[in-house]
Design a binder for this molecule. Structure first.
Ligand code: SUG
Length: 448
C-alpha cells in the first residue's frame, strides 16, 4: 500500500491581527498593534497551498476558529448580548478582547500531535489536541480543534482522537511544533522525536531564564503513552534553554525533519551527540539511514535563524527522492541565511532545492511555512477516509479565494476589534465555510 505525507494548512481567519500576545515570540512582540491585512494573510496562505498542490504534494485545508470568542469573555464575567460583551471588554479589558480575537489557530502545527498508524499499537492514526496553555489566547483553541479534527478524520476504524492534556503548565503541550517523525518510507514504522523545553517534575533539568519553555517532558511522554508508541519508536531531546531565551519558542524555529533527514542548528539541543546517536540507532533498526544536516553557528547565528525563520521551513521529498525546502521570503533578505542556502543546495547533500514564499502577514506574528501546516502521514486507505471536503483541489482553491474576497477586510487595527459588525461578519463567513468544507456543526455559535 502507498503512503504519503499530507499537509493540512490553516486557513487564516478573518480576525487576523497583531495583538502582541506571545511573550517570548520576538515577531509577535515587535509587531504589536501594527495594522494587519486579514485578506492578504488568507490569500498568502492559500497561495502556498495551491503551489504545493501544483507541485504534486497532497494538500489539505484546516478551518479557522470562530473569533471573537464571546463565550471565553463570558467565562471571565462579561455579560449581556454578544455586542454588549464585546463593548464592555473593549472599554475595560482591551488585552482580553485582543486575546479572544486572535486568529492564532492558523498555525496548525500547534493544533495537535499526530502519530501515523505504522507507529501506534492499535494501527490507527492518533491525534492529541494541544492544550497550548502557555498563552491564554491559544489555550482556548483546543475544544474547537478537537471538533474540527473529528470532522476531518471521522473514521473510528482509522483514526483515534485524544482530548488535550490537563490544562496546567506542568503538561504544557504545543503539538507538532515540538514533534518530528523520521522514517524510511511514510508507511514504515518510524521514530518519533519529541523535543521539550523543560521538565515540570524533575528539577535536575535546566530551564530557560528569560522566556517560557512551553513544552514539558511530561507532556511529551504522556502523548507517547496515549498514542501507544513503543520505546524503540521514540527519542526525547531537551531544547537548549539558551536558544529559548533568544526567541526560539518552539523547536520548529530551530530544526525541521523529514524522512531520514534532520536539518538543525548547532545550538538547537542539549546533549546533541547522544540525541543524534539514539536517532541513528533507532531509525537504523527500523531500516532507515539517519542523516543529520547541521547548520553551524559560524554560518547562521541563532539570531539569524529567529529573524529569518530558516528552520521554520517545510522539508519535502520530491518525486526524485531529493528534498526541497520551502522557506519564507525573510530568508532571502538575510545574507548569511541566503548564502548558506546557496551552498547547501549546490552540494551533494539530501536538500537540493529551495522555494521562497511571501507569508509576511503570518510571519509578523511569528508563524512561518512550517507553523502553518499540520503533517499527517497517511496510507491509501486512510487517505480515502479523510473528509474529501478539506482536500485541496483547483476548484476548492477558487472557491476559497472568492470566499475570502467576499468576507475579509483589507485592514484590521486594534480599534476595529471593538466594532460589533466584525463578529457578525466572521460568523457569516464561517457559516458559509462549514458548507464549503463540509464540516458540519463544528462551531458553537448560532447565526442571529
Ligand atoms: O504561539 N503567535 C504564535 C505563533 C505560532 C507559531 N507556530 C509554530 N512555531 N509552530 C504563538 O506564539 C501571536 C499572536 C499575536 O501576537 O497577535 C501568536 O500567537
Amino acid at each position: 500500500m502507498s503512503a504519503y505525507e499530507m499537509n493540512f494548512d490553516g486557513l487564516v481567519g478573518p480576525t487576523h491581527n497583531y495583538g502582541g500576545l506571545s511573550y517570548g515570540n520576538v515577531a509577535s512582540q515587535s509587531n504589536s498593534q501594527a495594522t494587519s491585512s486579514p485578506k492578504e494573510a488568507a490569500l498568502q496562505g492559500l497561495g502556498k497551498m495551491k503551489a504545493l498542490m501544483e507541485m504534486g504534494f497532497k494538500q489539505g485545508v484546516f478551518a479557522p476558529q470562530e473569533r471573537q470568542d464571546v463565550a471565553a469573555l463570558r467565562s471571565l464575567g462579561f455579560a449581556g448580548t454578544d455586542a454588549q460583551v464585546i463593548a464592555q471588554a473593549a472599554k475595560e479589558a482591551m488585552p482580553l478582547l485582543a486575546a479572544v480575537s486572535s486568529a492564532s489557530s492558523m498555525w496548525t502545527a500547534n493544533s495537535c500531535t499526530v502519530s501515523p498508524s505504522a507507529d501506534t499499537a492499535d494501527g490507527r492514526v492518533h491525534f492529541t489536541a494541544a492544550n497550548l496553555n502557555c498563552k491564554f489566547h491559544r489555550s482556548i483553541e483546543h475544544p474547537t480543534t478537537s471538533r474540527v479534527l473529528g470532522a476531518m478524520f471521522a473514521s473510528e476504524q482509522h483514526f483515534a482522537h485524544h482530548a488535550a492534556l490537563p490544562a496546567v503548565g506542568q503538561f504544557g503541550d504545543e503539538g507538532a511544533a515540538n514533534h518530528t517523525r523520521f522514517c524510511k518510507g511514510y508507511g514504515d514504522a518510524g521514530v518519533e522525536f519529541f523535543v521539550y523545553g523543560r521538565s515540570a517534575f524533575d528539577s535536575r533539568y535546566p530551564a530557560p531564564q528569560r522566556y517560557p519553555a512551553r513544552q514539558t517532558l511530561e507532556a511529551s511522554q504522556a502523548i507517547a503513552r496515549l498514542h501507544g508508541l513503543s520505546d524503540e519508536g521514540v527519542v526525547y531531546a531537551q531544547q537548549n534553554p539558551a536558544v529559548i531565551d533568544q526567541g526560539v519558542f518552539h523547536n520548529d524555529v530551530i530544526a525541521v525533519g523529514n524522512g531520514e533527514v534532520l536539518f538543525y542548528h548547532q545550538d538547537a539541543f542539549l546533549d546533541t551527540e547522544r540525541v543524534l546517536a539514539e536517532l541513528a540507532a533507532k531509525l537504523g533498526r527500523r531500516g532507515g539511514n539517519f542523516q543529520a544536516v547541521c547548520v553551524p553557528r559560524e554560518a547562521v547565528t541563532v539570531d539569524d535563524a529567529v529573524r529569518s525563520y530558516l528552520f521554520n521551513s517545510q522539508l519535502l521529498t520530491r518525486a526524485d527522492g531529493n528534498m526541497l525546502l520551502i522557506v519564507p521570503e525573510e530568508c532571502r533578505n538575510n545574507s548569511n541565511v541566503w548564502n548558506y542556502l546557496q551552498q547547501l543546495t549546490s552540494g551533494n547533500g539530501p536538500i537540493r532545492e529551495v522555494k521562497v514564499f511571501d507569508l509576511k502577514q503570518s510571519m509578523q506574528n511569528g508563524g512561518g511555512p512550517a507553523c502553518l501546516r499540520l503533517r499527517v502521514a497517511l496510507k491509501d486507505n486512510e487517505l480515502a477516509a479523510v473528509n474529501p471536503g478539506v482536500i485541496m483541489t483547483p476548484n476548492l482553491y477558487e472557491t476559497l479565494t472568492s470566499w475570502v474576497g467576499k468576507h475579509y477586510r483589507d485592514r484590521l487595527a486594534e480599534s476595529d476589534l471593538a466594532d460589533p459588525q466584525l463578529l457578525i461578519e466572521c460568523r457569516t463567513a464561517l457559516d458559509e465555510l462549514t458548507q464549503i468544507l463540509k464540516l458540519g456543526a463544528v462551531y458553537p455559535f448560532q447565526l442571529a
